[in-house]
Write a protein that binds this ligand. Structure first.
Ligand code: APR
Length: 320
């Protein structure tokens, strides 16, 4: 059987890391697309040359031609501009919206059967625009944010409790950014919810609140340290987890930016929610009942995503 085809639109920091991970995990053959001359070709060749030492079988190709993504099973989109220190994700809206138009049209023409994972920021608005421009079914287009946000939360919690990250689960909802909603009562260490761990004296409420805030600011913390560009190792690893769930029909329960139409009382909006990812794409949205405080935070997050979608419609009238 032919190997699956993975198209990476954007061959920058995240795109290159995605390609390396996809090849090392033998998820399929990789096509790197970028408008920058030579960049995708150079990265494809460099990664291919790591194959003999690492021992993977995967073909890698770099291209400036959308025709080369034909028949892709998965497209992961990182094309666009990343943040610089002092910028919010929302500052990227205008420039990255134009990029989503070009990418959406390229996918529509050459890879309409793909499962599409958007990473470009501001995530929740960009995944919406990409879906509109590509015209693909909503369940085949999603955004990577929740896996990364919960990975950051799990990492910080594992440090606080001095336990393995493997035994920490985390549950986050809402938009990617300052309005993200970490649900502490559904986040656990080996099944013990965080509020119980506070009661057990494993941590204090103040420390937990600080960890939640650090998670919300997780992207900005990296931007501040790197000074040029934003995070790429963890974002790429998170998107690969989603791509693998689709390609291997794993039915993984992963939080991601998914189209909610009815779920969570929404009438058509991309926002971060727990989903089941399998061969059908986003096969299910897990619609949990929120308490009053959580609902308030979620509503706040939804409002900010709606604001960005409205701003997109103002910039590009074909979206209105
Ligand atoms: N089509 C294809 N590629 C494009 C286009 C386009 N229209 N416009 C820009 N690019 C490419 C750039 O040439 C660059 O190689 O997108 C790549 C982006 O890579 P980086 O600048 O290294 O950014 P990266 O760190 O990978 O982040 C990409 O993901 O997390 C988000 O906020 C981040 O929006 C940013 C995106």
């Amino acid at each position: 059987m032919a190997r699956p085809r993975i198209a990476l639109i954007g061959a920058g920091q995240i795109g290159g890391t995605l390609a390396h991970l996809a090849a090392m995990k033998e998820l399929g053959d990789v096509v790197l697309f970028d408008i920058a001359e030579g960049l995708p070709q150079g990265k494809a060749l460099d990664i291919a040359e790591s194959g003999p030492s690492e021992g993977f079988d995967a073909a890698l190709k770099g291209t400036q031609d959308y025709a080369d993504i034909a028949g892709a099973d998965v497209c992961i989109v990182t094309a666009g501009v990343p943040r610089k220190p002092g910028m919010s994700r929302d500052d990227l809206l205008g420039v990255n919206l134009k990029v989503m138009k070009a990418v959406g049209e390229g996918i529509k023409e050459h890879a309409p059967g793909a499962f599409v994972i958007c990473i470009t920021n501001p995530l929740d608005a960009m995944v919406w625009a990409l879906r509109e421009f590509s015209g693909l079914p909503h369940e085949k287009v999603c955004g990577m944010a929740g896996v990364l946000d919960s990975a950051r939360f799990r990492h910080f919690l594992s440090l606080e409790f001095n336990v393995s990250m493997k035994d920490v689960t985390a549950f986050v909802l809402g938009g990617h950014g300052d309005t993200m909603v970490p649900l502490t009562r559904y986040s656990t260490v080996a099944g013990i919810p965080l509020p119980d761990l506070v009661q057990m004296g494993w941590t204090t409420q103040d420390k937990l609140d600080a960890i939640v805030q650090r998670t919300r600011d997780g992207g900005a913390e990296i931007v501040g340290l790197l000074k040029s560009g934003s995070a790429y190792y963890a974002p790429a690893t998170s998107a690969i987890e989603m791509a693998e769930a689709y390609l291997k029909d794993q039915k993984r329960l992963l939080p991601c930016a998914a189209w909610c139409d009815g779920e969570y009382g929404l009438d058509g909006l991309y926002v971060g929610v727990p989903t089941v990812i399998g061969a059908g794409g986003i096969e299910r949205i897990v619609d949990i009942k929120l308490n009053k405080d959580e609902q308030k935070m979620f509503d706040n997050s939804v409002e900010s995503v709606r604001g960005l979608v409205t701003a997109c419609k103002g910039i590009d009238e074909t979206l209105a």
